[in-house]
Design a protein around this ligand. Sequence first.
Ligand SMILES: Cc1ncc(COP(=O)(O)O)c(C=O)c1O
Length: 365
Amino acid sequence: MKKLIRQGIKDLIPYPPGKPIEELERDLGIKGSIKLASNENPLGPSPLAVSAIKQKLHTLNRYPDGSGYYLKKKIAETYGVPVDQIILGNGSDELIELLIRTFLSEGEHAVQPFPSFLVYKTVVTGAGGRMDSVPLLSGFRIDLEGISQAITPETKIVFINNPNNPTGSAISKDEMVDFLNGIPDQVIVALDEAYIEFVTDDSVSKGLELLEGHPLLFVLRTFSKLYGLAGLRIGYGFGSREMIGYMNRVRPPFNANSLAQAAAIAAMDDTKFVSRTLNVVREGLKYLYQSLEELGLEYVQTQANFFLIRVPIGGKKTYELMLKEGVIVRAMDSFGLPDYIRVNVGLSGENERFIKTLGKVLGLN
Ligand SMILES: Cc1ncc(COP(=O)(O)O)c(C=O)c1O
């Protein structure tokens, strides 16, 4: 078997999926645990999206609209980008796959900041490519100059995550413009904006504003976070007409399922849910920052719906102890940050329980 698998697969570490919460609770003999580990929306899914799904259920005998006509039209109208510059994916995860399958040949080279979203390296390596990782600067900022310098004639794609997962740090428009202007002509920039809607700092770059002048820029967005549709798997991307055209050659014809398309259209009109979500994150961060300061713990200010906390006993130990108390957070070992946990903002009761439990396991209460 080993001889059969393509180069790069052997060295991959499978994504460690957590057990279903129900199983975890059974194993640990607990009930009512809370999950703050995957940067999800704590309010649940957009109610308008849920209604749209219900209305669409009777069509499940039919294949989805492979062109994503209505959803792409809605996205085009909302963002002022022509329909043929938009592509849909089974989550933005799939768009990362499609980009790599369309453009990166075996042996070619990509660059990413590290730590950043772990999927970039998995996909590049799985396609037989090589990933170079450029460490973050102090203050967890992405080293754009270092990334530019890491580009070689073999480099095909550069990944930038803005705001960056897991640090929550963001790049300003001026920095992004300088960076893009300095990128060689043959290099694609994949700008992953999974959390862009949570940004509160006006100076932060928005990829859509930069599309026109940069034909090799690909901007990725998702319905998983702001709209609470992570389980449905629907993401979207913007690029030049030519780039999207090539990606469509590789795209499986029915990659965006019919329930997801209907739900996403409805979610975009759910302004009430969107403002409730943004409010929960804003208020939650205020409470969490203040409570952590009272506990004397260091944290990293974020532009997203999650952030890093430095824990004196290490992230893995903290994760294990909190899990036993029914509070699920993410240890940051696999992101190269063993002293940190990452936590997303929850509902106010969840945030309070998180703080209380963290204080307890660290012996600070
Ligand atoms: C930075 C980043 N990009 C992409 C994704 C994937 O999102 P989706 O659910 O659309 O596949 C995530 C999910 O956590 C993420 O953190």
